[in-house]
Ligand binder design. Structure first.
Ligand code: PBG
Length: 327
């Protein structure tokens, strides 16, 4: 018993009410954004195999689903589209009758108070599956900017409340900001996927969105997982170009990046708890190898503790339900 000062940190852990009072990081339903996949057709509700509980929804089914999301108190959804057909230039991404544009209108008619954020990228819409147009087997950065800007303006025209460029093209935030401003959408905020890594954790998403690259990979534009200083440069650059919110993606294997971004920047910071992170939890919980609810809560808490203000997560609906049941 030498060297023991009598400080007893366990006192703060003795009872549940006291643990609750001194808890430093607490999840709230207001932290969450729920990603959704919209598709053409009627009465479509395809469960995505590696993402149990997540569906490709046609517009008729989308209405009921967004009603539920809003009832749960989740402030926003993030939309991804599965087009009727894909082509080299990702045409449906920026067509007025594109699936995302239609979905925005449906949501704004059904639950106008629900915030609609749209993913702005071409990979869901191109037949080659890359995030931009191809020239000489490479993604042509500057030719892609114009199409991304057109997509973002189209989303805003359809009623989107915020656009989220995810293509990792240099200059995409500036190009979109310019185009929104000239189109009369100077009040539409941009949430930039700033530090987006070339990650194997996107695997299940590519099943959901049918967006796997048909040749090569995304390492020529998405970031290398070994680097963090470049992530800080990406974020700083997006802020300079006018990003209102910035993002780190994926979340769990990049909590250090999130934490460094929190320390370095005052901007609202989002983290994307991506498809592979969700799939791993669901697979293990489905086998009863882990307690799904507790593991999910712990992961989401770690993301917030690391510095995220906003958490984009496929778990949003379940966590909202759990938080409500704890009251
Ligand atoms: C589009 C995009 C992707 C994700 C979000 N936006 C896929 C990718 O870059 O391959 C991944 C989201 C997830 O895995 O949940 N570029």
């Amino acid at each position: 018993m030498t060297n023991f000062t009598g400080v007893r940190l366990r006192r703060l852990r003795e009872s549940a009410p006291l643990r609750r009072m001194v808890q430093e990081t607490r999840l709230s339903v207001s932290d969450f954004v729920y990603p959704m996949f919209v598709t053409h057709g009627r009465n479509v509700r395809n469960e995505i195999e590696p993402m149990p509980g997540i569906y490709q929804l046609s517009l008729d089914n989308l209405m009921a689903e967004v009603g539920e999301v809003s009832e749960l108190g989740i402030p926003a959804v993030l939309l991804f589209g599965i087009p009727a057909k894909k082509d080299a230039r990702g045409t449906e991404a920026y067509e007025a009758r594109g699936i995302v544009q239609e979905a925005i209108r449906v949501i704004k008619q059904t639950v106008p108070e629900l915030m609609v954020i749209t993913d702005v990228c071409l990979c869901d819409y191109t037949d080659h599956g890359h995030c931009g147009v191809i020239a000489d087997e490479k993604v042509d950065n500057d030719a892609t900017l114009e199409l991304l800007a057109k997509t973002a303006v189209g989303h805003a025209e359809a009623g989107a409340d915020m656009v989220a460029p995810s293509a990792m093209m240099d200059g995409q935030v500036a190009a979109i900001r310019d185009a929104l401003d000239s189109g009369g959408f100077e009040q539409t905020p941009i949430m930039a996927y700033s530090a987006k890594y070339a990650s194997a954790f996107y695997g299940p998403f590519r099943v959901a969105a049918q967006s796997a690259p048909q040749f090569g990979d995304r390492k020529g534009y998405q970031m290398d997982p070994g680097s963090i200083k470049q992530a800080m440069r990406e974020i700083a650059q997006d802020i300079d170009q006018g990003a209102d919110l910035v993002m780190v993606k994926p979340a769990l294997a990049f909590l250090d990046v999130l934490s460094a971004a929190r320390d370095a920047f005052g901007h609202p910071l989002a983290a994307y708890n991506v498809s592979g992170e969700y799939a791993m939890v669901k697979a293990a919980a489905g086998n009863e190898w882990i307690d799904g609810r507790r593991v999910t809560t712990e992961i989401l808490t770690s993301i917030k503790r690391a510095g995220a203000d906003i958490i984009i997560s496929y778990h949003a609906k379940e966590i909202a339900g759990w938080l409500a049941s704890e009251r």
